[in-house]
Ligand binder design. Structure first.
Ligand code: CDP
Length: 756
């Protein structure tokens, strides 16, 4: 199976040279041919896969879509009003005329592969098209690679349906489920969830009985999780078709993608049916699988390159932002693609500083950051209309590439890099690295400038550099740590992971490495089947390493689960608890204020002290945070995760209500038990002190330095061994979130894990 087809670079794909007036509610043009058709010629007597609906159908769609207000008499008027307002916008989306064909195809076949440009309305409209179908008696799941998108889509779809959202009311029809935050209720009919959450659900309910349909969105991103979901779904639908599944009702599956290789996906599912029935794959494919192609709306985008490579692309971006702002009339917002939060916040500050010095008559500049860890409310600002006499500058990670559609953008500035997860098998560790994007990602980014009018794209690299980019992004499964994926598969009963239906088969070495890691963690038995411990680990909403640590801490001889939950909650929040203090003078004040939280054992016990003091603070937690230079937002998040982890541990019978009631954080923690529990999970993240004063990893003998953010950084007396929970690779290898441990502890866990 091939990777997604890449669109040609020049001219811009599906480009309309002259932008027409804003699309009307009622499409006037005659049905056009899709690329599929034009290649093969119209097929009158064949099923209309990939064709646009005819005029009559379209009119019928439009007539049937306005929901009668009387049905929603129990819904407050403001929701009804909003719904009616949004209907107009919905009707202009390119996907709108495809509603009936999509429904028809899914009545006929259980699988639909739907492709359409970002912003064409796939994620928001498809669930609404399907909700009243006769087969849709249960919930519709729509998976998303990112939590931001899951939550913001749920909010949007609730508005469009005139419904409450999430936990607002038991009557809410739209909800979401992301790690540590489940906002669904008894009436949830449309549920947006992250891919990871769907995989967790599959473990509890392999037949997906709670769903009538599963919509797998953003398949082109090819996350490991999406590949697993596709493999599970392929097996499940084939079993249902054959009658060998316990599930007797059909499951409708919609695979949605902005750029995918349709034929590759169709073949992939067809092979599943063929394997089951012993028939050849391809002639049978049309019987089971439908296709639909939604034509995008794309205006021309002019590309500019730098004449010379830039040494500092934050500075280059800054220059171009102001150049555009001075030269180009309003409206026309700017979208800048950067690598991560640090660069985004750096540029945000620069833009604000320089904007202050602008002429008073100049339009204002409004810098808005957009990255996954940004709190929801700040993210919502992106979708609000640009204030008068103002230009928005959205500073985003690759999240804005296909996942989130930002309205109003006419200029794109692309640094050409993004942070990707990379498994460094030499070190046995996974880290985020800033890497050059692929051509197909660069084209996606550029396309963001031409959604509503002709636009311009400034690439912060040379044209020669562009030519050296890889054609398409390597699927994550080919470059990632597969431990979590394999654990999920094993827990789901897939024993022969080498023969799992992967869209792209990962290298055998990474599969083996993952299997070994799981053996070391005690998740697998010697014969490769899952252990009881492994089953429990798979059900915990944390990585296998953290899961092992929780289980270790729950053992009677350790008995430190509540403390370890506090630490893991602190490790699981995306924001930093101790935020970066910028000025020197504040740095000293922060050090002083945090002193009573710092623990000589290292960062993990420092986190524990912080969480417990915060939890004990009854009068004013915000003031406590201000006093200690601790992020209140991060701590609120930690408390939420802590609550959920406690619940999960209760449901796995690791904790009893009695444990929670006898809890007293004033008693001093059993630090040895805590640190040895941590070691059990982070057995590969350990290093010993070498005679030259550096730390060398136990596995692989590589040098790592203690990161400057650690409380152990710069200690005169260094401990004989360390364990760390994060690994950062910039110009050198850093251990982040570090604790000092005893050499004999490390030797003991090594013996247990490696059998040496
Ligand atoms: O899935 P696809 O990229 O095809 O489109 P979509 O996410 O359904 O977005 C359709 C339209 O809804 C976009 O033009 C967005 O402007 C709008 N939308 C929004 O306003 N707020 C959201 N949270 C999501 C989408």
């Amino acid at each position: 199976v091939e990777a997604p087809i890449e669109k040609p670079e020049e001219p811009t794909p599906k480009l309309k040279t002259i932008p027409g007036p804003k699309p009307q509610v009622e499409p006037k043009s005659q049905p056009q041919q899709t690329p599929h058709e034009s290649a093969k010629g119209p097929k009158k007597d064949k099923p209309d896969h990939g064709q646009r609906p005819n005029e009559k159908q379209r009119k019928k769609n439009l007539e049937s879509r306005g929901p009668p207000p009387s049905r929603n008499s129990h819904v407050p008027p403001h929701l009804v009003k909003k719904r009616d307002e949004l209907l107009q916008t919905r009707q202009t989306l390119p996907i709108w005329p495809h509603a009936d064909p999509i429904r028809e195809r899914l009545r006929k076949n259980n699988i639909l592969v739907l492709t359409g440009e970002t912003g064409s309305g796939k994620s928001t409209q498809v669930p609404q098209f399907l909700i009243s179908e006769p087969w849709c008696t249960k919930t519709i799941a729509i998976t998303q690679p990112r939590r931001v998108a899951a939550i913001s889509l749920a909010r949007r779809v609730a508005e469009e349906m005139g419904s409450y959202f999430g936990n607002q009311s038991p009557a809410a029809k739209v909800g979401y489920s992301v790690r540590f935050d489940n906002a669904t209720g008894p009436s949830t009919k449309v549920k947006f969830l992250t891919e990871g959450m769907l995989l967790q659900e599959v473990l509890r309910d392999p037949d997906m009985n709670q769903y009538s349909a599963v919509v797998v969105d953003e398949v082109h991103e090819r996350s490991v999780n999406v590949d697993l979901i596709l493999g599970f779904l392929r097996n499940l639908v084939a079993e249902i078709e054959k009658g060998s599944s316990r599930r007797k009702q059909p499951l409708k599956v919609v695979i949605m993608s902005a750029t995918a290789d349709v034929e590759g996906l169709v073949n992939f599912f067809a092979e599943g049916f063929a394997k089951n029935s012993g028939q050849p794959a391809l002639p049978e494919a049309d019987k089971f699988i439908s296709k639909c192609f939604v034509e995008g709306r794309q205006y021309p985008v002019k590309t500019h390159y730098l004449p010379q490579p830039s040494m500092d692309w934050v500075e280059s971006a800054l220059k171009i932002i102001f150049q555009i702002h001075y030269k180009e009339p309003l409206p026309g917002d700017i979208l800048v693609f950067l690598t991560g939060q640090d660069k985004i916040e750096g540029l945000e500050k620069l833009v604000n500083d320089y904007a202050e010095g602008m002429d008073k008559e100049m339009p204002k500049l409004l810098a808005l950051p957009l990255f996954a860890a940004l709190p929801q409310q700040a993210q919502q600002r992106i979708f609000q209309p640009t204030p008068r006499h103002t230009r928005k500058v959205i500073l985003a990670t690759n999240i804005a590439e296909t996942s989130v559609t930002v309205p109003g953008v006419q200029f794109v500035i692309d640094c050409g890099k993004s942070k990707i997860k990379q498994f460094r098998s030499r070190l046995g560790l996974e880290s985020l690295l800033a890497k050059s994007v692929s051509k197909s990602a660069a084209i996606q980014r550029k396309g963001r400038a031409g959604r509503e009018a002709p636009g311009q794209c400034y690439r912060l690299y040379t044209e020669a550099d562009y030519k050296t980019l890889e054609e398409r992004t390597t699927p994550e499964i080919l470059r990632c740590d597969l431990v979590q994926a394999i654990l999920t598969m094993k827990a789901r009963g897939v024993n022969d992971v080498l023969n799992f239906p992967f869209l792209d088969k990962p290298p055998v070495e990474s599969l083996k490495e993952a299997l070994f890691q799981l053996l070391r963690l005690g998740a697998l038995k010697a014969d490769g089947t899952i252990s009881d411990m492994g089953l429990q680990m798979a059900k915990l909403p944390v990585t296998p390493k953290l899961g092992r640590i929780l289980l270790e801490a729950a053992r009677p001889e350790k008995d430190c689960l509540l403390d370890v939950i506090d630490i893991i909650s602190a490790l699981s929040t995306e924001d930093s608890i101790f935020f970066n203090v910028v000025t020197e003078e504040k740095k000293e004040a922060a050090e002083e204020a945090r002193r009573d939280l710092y623990r000589r054992e290292g960062d993990h016990l420092t986190f524990l002290a912080t969480v417990q003091q915060y939890a004990d603070e009854e009068t004013d937690r915000r003031a406590w945070c201000d006093r200690h230079f601790v992020s209140h937002r991060a701590m609120q998040n930690v408390m939420n995760i802590r609550k959920q982890l406690r619940q999960q541990c209760q449901s796995l019978k690791l904790l009893t209500p009695a444990d929670l009631s006898k809890e007293s954080s004033s008693s001093s923690p059993n630090t040895d038990a805590i640190l040895t529990s941590l070691l059990r999970g982070f057995v590969s993240n350990t290093a010993r002190l070498a005679p030259d004063g550096s730390y060398k990893t136990f596995v692989g003998n590589h040098t790592v330095s203690v990161h400057p953010s650690s409380v152990l950084h710069g200690r005169k007396v260094k401990s004989e061994a360390i364990v760390f929970s994060e690994f950062l690779y910039t110009n050198k290898a850093y251990a982040k979130k570090v604790s000092a441990v005893q050499m004999n502890w490390v030797e003991d866990v090594m013996k247990e894990a490696f059998g040496i």
